[in-house]
Each structure stands twice: as structure tokens, then as C-alpha cells.
Design a protein around this ligand. Structure first.
Ligand code: DQA
Length: 148
């Protein structure tokens, strides 16, 4: 069965209470439950993981090789700073989708830069928790299309 890794980065464990005016009231547990539900609906497997540590996210990306077919990643602030995460995604040769709850392009200029953008197949931002549903559907569609 096709399997997708959903990775959430720093501070996303605080969703629900973290700046709800920006990120909404949905918790990470709600998002992970939503991902599990949608994955079952569309017939793919999903594993969700969150870490506040750059190295742990890199390890998870490396670990996805051989166990997952695609990665959906909300790298939080590491999006705007981490060449190491960019290299990790480029190194594993798995399709990845960059995701943000907020519309990063309508926010501070430092959020307009993404180190991940050049190495992902696409980006979704600004749709809150619904973005995870869109990303899972997009990844499942991409993987089905590229199935050999
Ligand atoms: C975020 C946007 C980032 O700029 C920010 O640092 C986050 C969350 C989002 O989901 O909107 O932590 O990735």
C-alpha cells in the first residue's frame, strides 16, 4: 500500500494554543486524526510525526527511504533557515510537498524565503488544517500517476 509520511516541525506541537489568530484552534492531535481519516478514505497509509529538533526531522526524512513513498512536510520556521532539511529531502529522492497552515507570503518578509521550495514537487499554504487534506490528496494523486 502506498504510504505517506506527514512531518511537522518546531512549535507545531503547540497548535491549538499557539497564536490561534494565525494558526487557528485546531490541535496537532486533530490534524493527525484528520490525516489518518483522509488517508483511509483515499486508500493510502499514513504515518505522522512531529519534532522540535532539526536533526530528528532529518533522521525521519532519511528513515522514509524504503518505508514511505512520499513526504508531506510542514517544517515550521526551519523552512526559512534549514539548508540541512533541503539537502535531506533532495538526498532521499522521494517526492515531498511543502505545507504551511498560514499564508507565509502574506506575512513577514523572512517567511517568503523557503529553502525547501526548490526540492519539493509543490507547495500548499494558507488553508489551515485543510491544507493537510489537500496535500495528502495531491501526494496520493502524484504517486498514482507515477506508479510503474
Ligand atoms: C508555518 C509558517 C512558518 O513561517 C512558521 O515558522 C511556523 C508555521 C505554518 O504552518 O504556517 O512555525 O510553517
Amino acid at each position: 500500500m502506498t504510504s505517506i509520511l506527514v512531518l511537522n516541525g518546531p512549535n507545531l506541537n503547540l497548535l491549538g494554543t499557539r497564536q490561534p489568530e494565525v494558526y487557528g484552534h485546531t490541535t496537532l492531535a486533530d490534524i493527525e486524526a484528520l490525516c489518518t481519516r483522509v488517508a483511509a478514505e483515499i486508500g493510502v497509509g499514513v504515518t505522522c510525526m512531529q519534532s522540535n529538533h532539526e536533526g530528528a526531522l532529518i533522521d525521519a526524512i532519511h528513515g522514509a527511504r524504503g518505508s514511505h513513498d512520499g513526504i508531506v512536510i510542514n517544517a515550521g520556521a526551519y523552512t526559512h533557515t534549514s539548508i540541512a532539511l533541503m539537502d535531506a529531502i533532495a538526498s532521499v529522492s522521494l517526492p515531498a510537498i511543502e505545507l504551511h497552515l498560514s499564508n507565509v507570503h502574506a506575512r513577514e518578509s523572512f517567511r517568503h524565503t523557503s529553502y525547501l521550495a526548490p526540492v519539493v514537487i509543490g507547495l500548499i499554504c494558507g488553508f489551515g488544517a485543510e491544507g493537510y487534506v489537500l496535500a495528502l490528496r495531491a501526494m496520493a494523486g502524484h504517486l498514482a500517476q507515477n506508479d510503474t
